[in-house]
Write a protein that binds this ligand. Structure first.
Ligand SMILES: C[S@@+](CC[C@H](N)C(=O)[O-])C[C@H]1O[C@@H](n2cnc3c(N)ncnc32)[C@H](O)[C@@H]1O
Length: 362
């Protein structure tokens, strides 16, 4: 009997190749090599690596090796004269920092503490990892959130929350909290869009808050309706009770050690009839279902969780150890237990890896 598809050895080899090519793609994105190549070349006018290196401000020898890797992997095109170009139909994906391109940069920051992660697996090993062990995580996450969410937060996500949120933000005078704000991408985007509303970004990480405070408006000025606070979401300031009209979380509940305390605190700091909207990773809370409904996206997100979300969310003895793929059932159960008896689960097809949970404080 012949089996269909590649053998396991072929599959493993292809994985190893993809891993290397993927990281090389990320180098091209970080150095603007794709964008530069798209600007200086075409099928009719292919260029030598030295021309690309010159235009990108890089060394020829390194750029030549990168071009050779990208050409052999059929990411860019190469001809017999060893000249390169990007196919017209591939320019948009390669030159414009889409989510699919940016994702190729995920593994470098996540692999930084890999030896410590291996120790975490062992029975006598540490419980988990510190955020500080991932020194480039916050800036990468900011780039990824921008690629994932920028185009749809204002136009699609906010109207989907309902409860007159868009009108309230436009009218002004409302207070909005962004929990686990990271480097502040979402709160800054919203603060710029709604200058009459006041935004607070909260994060436990000092490096996150430092980066967030350095953010400026697109025009280059400092926001005057936005503040950032270093604080544990499970223990927010006492004076915040009943003070926020809207609390948002973007991909930042599952990787807290105590997401239950965080949601209880969100309930406390919301005004009566205030709105809670949580954007979280897609998932059903059952790996078999995830495999059949999400396919390779499920493998990717369980993997990201294993490398980062699970170890940072397991790093104390009382941790709930959720992981990124905690899924809809566990998330709804947690929200119900922590003060929100009615939870709406909304599909967010414009966010490729997310869905959204919405609830009111009664
Ligand atoms: C995956 S990142 C998401 C960051 C940001 N919301 C975004 O989407 O770009 C999760 C964030 O949650 C923060 N975080 C984790 N545990 C926290 C806690 N107990 N209190 C506040 N923030 C926490 C981390 O520091 C990190 O910035």
């Amino acid at each position: 009997m012949t089996s269909s598809g590649p053998s396991m050895k072929e599959k493993l080899f292809n994985l190893a190749v993809s891993n290397i090519v993927s990281n090389a793609v990320s180098i091209g994105q970080r150095l603007n090599l794709f964008k530069t190549l798209s600007e200086i070349s075409s099928e009719k006018n292919p260029v030598l690596p030295e021309q690309l290196a010159e235009a990108a401000g890089c060394k020829e020898r390194y750029v030549r090796e990168w071009c050779n890797c990208m050409g052999c992997a059929e990411i860019i095109e190469v001809n017999e004269e060893e000249k390169f170009w990007i196919k017209e139909e591939n320019v948009d994906a390669l030159a414009n920092s889409c989510f699919e391109l940016v994702m190729n940069g995920m593994m470098a920051p996540l692999l930084e503490p890999i030896d410590s992660l291996v120790e975490c697996f062992k029975k006598e090993g540490p419980l988990g990892l510190e955020y500080s062990q991932f020194s480039n995580f916050q800036s990468f996450m900011g780039t990824m959130s921008q690629a994932l969410h920028e185009k749809h937060v204002v136009s699609d996500m906010l109207p989907a929350i309902g409860n007159g949120i868009v009108e309230k933000l436009e009218a002004g005078g409302v207070r909005v909290l962004d929990v686990g704000c990271g480097s502040g991408f979402h709160s800054s985007l919203l603060a710029e869009q709604y200058p009459k509303a006041h935004f607070v970004g909260l994060d436990i990480g000092s490096d996150a808050i430092k980066q967030a405070k350095e953010r400026k408006t697109k025009a280059g000025t400092i926001f005057n309706n936005l503040e950032f606070i270093e604080c544990d979401a499970g223990k927010m300031p006492e004076i915040w009770t009943d003070s926020f009209d809207l609390v948002l979380i973007f991909d930042a509940c599952h990787d807290q050690c105590r997401p239950d305390l965080c949601v209880q605190e969100i309930h406390r700091v919301l005004k009566p009839n205030g709105t809670f909207a949580m954007v979280e990773v897609l998932g059903s809370s059952n790996v078999y279902t995830d495999k059949s409904t999400m396919g390779s996206l499920a493998a990717m997100m369980y993997g990201c969780s294993m490398f980062h979300c699970l170890p940072v969310g397991s790093n104390c003895s009382e941790a709930l150890c959720m992981g990124a793929m905690w899924g809809q059932k566990r998330a709804v159960d947690l929200l119900k237990k922590c003060g929100f008896p009615e939870v709406r689960v909304l599909d967010t097809p414009y966010f490729p890896i997310n869905l959204m949970y919405c609830a009111q404080k009664i």
